[in-house]
Design a binder for this molecule. Structure first.
Ligand code: IMP
Ligand code: MG
Length: 180
């Protein structure tokens, strides 16, 4: 039997499954409180946010809708250029809705910055941002993240939706990727 995940690819665990579940519960409670009386629309950025969105919506004790948007970065795949292409747009209009954009991780913040501008043009009642993870010291200061799960040191990570070459999204924790 081979070991999964392979120790040569997945190293130190930075956030355990229990820590994630506890923090997601806190974020859900905070969102429910901030938007009580409304039906927030969680917009997950595919694919990395799917697991986070699924847990976050169950942590909101009240009505909530979800939708998804998919983007691809132009240019160098390892460093976001800030020029993103929408590969799958929202299913329904967001005018008048209380929207929360949900990301897996903010690195430079350029993807989120682009999406905030794209959605702000569509006249939502309010627009907030949420990310499970942010990476310390890398962010564009213009990008404000209203709800943050954890701040991480500068290492590439996998698990809980985040991938390396489409692998390791199914790990229940966040760990440093040590593969090639
Ligand atoms: P940004 O536009 O530079 O903020 O890039 C954010 C996007 O890059 C995220 O939505 C992820 O898809 C991807 N990304 C950045 N860092 C990591 C990581 O450590 N693991 C997996 N994906 C990452
Ligand atoms: Mg992403």
């Amino acid at each position: 039997m081979s070991v999964y995940p392979p120790p040569e690819d997945v190293g130190k665990v930075l956030v355990t499954a229990d820590e994630i579940q506890r923090r997601v519960g806190e974020l859900g409670a905070e969102i429910a409180r901030d938007l009580s009386g409304c039906t927030p629309l969680l917009v997950g950025v595919l694919k990395g946010s799917v697991i986070f969105v699924a847990d976050l919506m169950r942590a909101i004790a009240g009505p909530v809708d979800i939708d998804f948007i998919a983007v691809s970065s132009y240019g160098d795949a390892t460093a976001s250029s800030g020029v993103v292409k929408i590969v799958k747009d929202l299913d329904s209009p967001i005018a008048g809705r209380h929207v929360i954009l949900v990301e897996d991780i903010i690195d430079s913040g350029l993807t989120m910055k682009y999406l905030v501008e794209h959605m702000a043009n569509q006249e939502p009642a309010s627009l907030r941002t949420c990310s499970l993870l942010t990476r310390r010291g890398r962010q564009d200061p213009d990008v404000q993240i209203d709800y943050v799960g954890f701040e991480l040191p500068p290492a590439f990570v996998v698990g809980y939706g985040l991938d390396a070459g489409q692998q390791y999204r199914n790990l229940p924790f966040i760990a440093i990727y040590t593969g090639q």
